[in-house]
Design a protein around this ligand. Structure first.
Ligand code: PLP
Length: 445
C-alpha cells in the first residue's frame, strides 16, 4: 500500500516549485500529505504562518501579495485590529453557548446588523457556505412542499450532498454521490455563449429557457421548490451576467410562483461593492445565503429571508455551532469596519483599476482572452490563439506568479481569479501587477 501516495504525487508534480520554498515548508508539506485526507487539491506549496492586511508570510518568512483572501474570506484584511479586538473581548467572556438551545447577545447584534444591511427580517445561523445553502434548500422544500430544484451549469454551491446536487461546475466531485433532483440550465456566460448568441441581441434567451424549455419539458413550476443562483458565478469561472439576465430569472420566478434563492456566499459582504452583489442587478431574492467573508476568518454562515417565508416552527432545523459567540463578534466587527471604511467606493475604484491593469496586459498577452468582474471579484480567462480554453497555461501562470510572491487561484475551466482583501492598497495592487507581468512573460515563453 502506498501510504504516502499523495505526498509523492505532490513532490513529483511540483519539483520546480518546491525548490522555491524553504525547508520548513517542505517538511510540513511532507508530513501533511502523509496524515491529512488527500481529497483536497493544492495548486502550489504555500505553508502559511502569519498575515497582515493583504500580505501573507510563509513559514520560512517569505512574503506574498495576496490576491486570494483565503478564497474571498478576508475582506477586512488579515489581522484587522477591530476584528482582533472584538474576538479578544469575546474570548475573555465566553466562546460558545449552544445558541440552538440558549440566547445570547452577540448573534442578536449581528442579526440587527444583517437586517440593516440586507433588509431581510430573519436570519438562520450555521457554520459554512454549504450549510447555508442546505438551510435554504430545506426552507424552500418545507415552505413549498415541492421536491425539486433548478440551478445553473457552472454553478457552485458547496460539497455537502444537497448543495452538491445544485452544483453544476465540479463534475468530478459529483461522481458516485446521490443527488436531490436538480435540473440545470444555462447561465449567461456571454464570452462563451452556450446558445451561440450575442448579447444584447440575444434578449437573454438563456434565462428564458427556464420558462420556454424547462418548465414545459423537464420540471413544472408546480414541482419546483426554488431556483438557486449565484449573482456572479464564482468557482465556475467568475462569470458576470448582464443585468437583464437576473431580471428575467427574477420575473420568471415571480410569474411562476417559484422561490428565488441567491447564493451570495462568495459575492456577499461588500465583495462586489454593495453589501449584496444582487444590489448591482437591482434584484432581491426571496432567500440569500452568506458565509465566507461574513466571519472575517472564523466559521459562520447565515441564511436570510423575510418573516413570512422563514416561518418554520421550532425543531425543524438547527445545529450546534450556529451563532457561535466568537464568530458572531468577529462578523459584527468586520461588517462595522467595512461600513465605516466606505468599502463600497474603494472596492469599485480598486476593481476598476485592476481590470484596467489586466486590459493593458491583454494587449501584449493575447492569451488573456477575457477580463471581467464586478468590484473585487475579477476573472481573467486564459485562452489559446483560437480562443479555446487553456487550463495548462493558466496553471503555469499561477505557479510562476507564486514564485514571484503573488498568490492567485484558478476557477472555472481556464480562469485566474483576483479576489484580494478589500483593504488592498493601490501600491500593493500595482506591485502585485508588476510581478504578475513578469510571471506572465515566463509562462507564455
Ligand atoms: C457560491 C458558493 N456557495 C457555496 C460555497 C460553499 O461554501 P463552504 O466551502 O463554506 O461550504 C462556496 C465556496 O466556495 C461558494 O463559492
Amino acid at each position: 500500500m502506498k501510504e504516502q501516495g499523495r505526498e509523492f504525487d505532490f513532490f513529483e508534480q511540483e519539483v520546480g516549485l518546491l525548490d522555491t520554498v524553504g525547508t520548513r515548508a517542505r517538511e510540513i508539506i511532507g508530513q501533511d500529505c502523509s496524515m491529512v485526507s488527500a481529497c483536497v487539491a493544492r495548486p502550489y506549496p504555500l505553508v502559511v504562518d502569519r498575515a497582515k492586511g493583504s500580505i501573507v508570510k510563509d513559514i520560512d518568512g517569505r512574503e506574498y501579495i495576496d490576491f486570494v483572501a483565503g478564497i474571498a474570506v478576508m475582506n477586512a484584511g488579515y489581522s484587522n485590529p477591530d476584528v482582533k479586538a472584538a474576538i479578544s473581548a469575546q474570548l475573555e467572556k465566553m466562546v460558545h453557548c449552544g445558541y440552538g438551545d440558549f440566547f445570547a447577545e452577540p448573534p442578536l447584534k449581528l442579526a440587527k446588523k444583517l437586517r440593516e444591511l440586507s433588509g431581510y427580517s430573519r436570519v438562520f445561523y450555521c457554520n459554512s457556505g454549504a450549510e447555508s445553502v442546505e438551510a435554504a434548500m430545506k426552507l424552500s422544500l418545507w415552505k413549498t412542499k415541492r421536491q425539486n430544484f433548478i440551478a445553473f451549469y457552472n454553478a457552485f454551491h458547496g460539497r455537502t450532498l444537497g448543495a452538491l446536487s445544485l452544483t453544476g461546475s465540479k463534475v468530478r466531485q459529483k461522481e458516485h454521490f446521490p443527488t436531490i433532483r436538480t435540473v440545470h440550465t444555462h447561465y449567461a456566460y456571454c464570452y462563451r455563449c452556450p446558445m451561440k448568441l450575442e448579447y444584447p441581441s440575444c434578449g437573454v434567451e438563456c434565462a428564458k429557457q427556464i420558462e420556454n424549455l424547462i418548465f414545459r419539458r423537464e420540471l413544472s413550476p408546480e414541482d419546483t421548490a426554488a431556483v438557486f443562483i449565484e449573482p456572479i458565478q464564482g468557482e465556475g469561472g467568475y462569470i458576470v451576467p448582464p443585468q437583464e439576465f437576473h431580471k428575467e430569472v427574477r420575473k420568471i420566478c415571480t410569474d411562476n410562483d417559484v422561490l428565488l434563492a441567491a447564493d451570495e456566499v462568495q459575492t456577499g459582504c461588500f465583495r462586489t461593492g454593495p453589501f449584496l452583489a444582487m444590489e448591482n442587478f437591482e434584484i432581491r431574492a426571496d432567500i440569500t445565503c452568506l458565509a465566507k467573508a461574513l466571519g472575517a476568518g472564523l466559521p459562520i454562515g447565515a441564511m436570510l429571508a423575510d418573516r413570512d417565508l422563514m416561518d418554520w416552527p421550532p425543531g425543524v432545523h438547527s445545529n450546534t455551532f450556529g451563532g457561535n459567540l466568537l464568530s458572531s463578534a468577529a462578523a459584527l466587527a468586520s461588517l462595522e469596519f467595512l461600513e465605516k471604511e466606505n468599502t463600497e467606493n474603494h472596492v469599485r475604484e480598486m476593481g476598476a483599476h485592476i481590470r484596467q491593469r489586466l486590459r493593458e496586459l491583454q494587449e501584449n498577452f493575447p492569451c488573456i482572452g477575457d477580463v471581467r468582474g464586478l468590484g473585487l471579484m475579477i476573472g481573467a480567462e486564459i485562452v489559446k490563439p483560437d480562443k479555446s480554453i487553456d487550463p495548462a497555461r493558466r496553471d503555469r501562470i499561477i505557479k510562476e506568479a507564486f514564485k514571484d510572491g503573488i498568490l492567485l487561484l484558478p476557477c472555472g475551466d481556464s480562469v485566474i481569479r483576483f479576489s484580494p482583501p478589500l483593504v488592498m492598497t493601490d501600491e500593493e495592487a500595482d506591485l502585485g501587477f508588476d510581478k504578475f507581468e513578469k510571471a506572465l512573460k515566463r509562462a507564455v515563453r
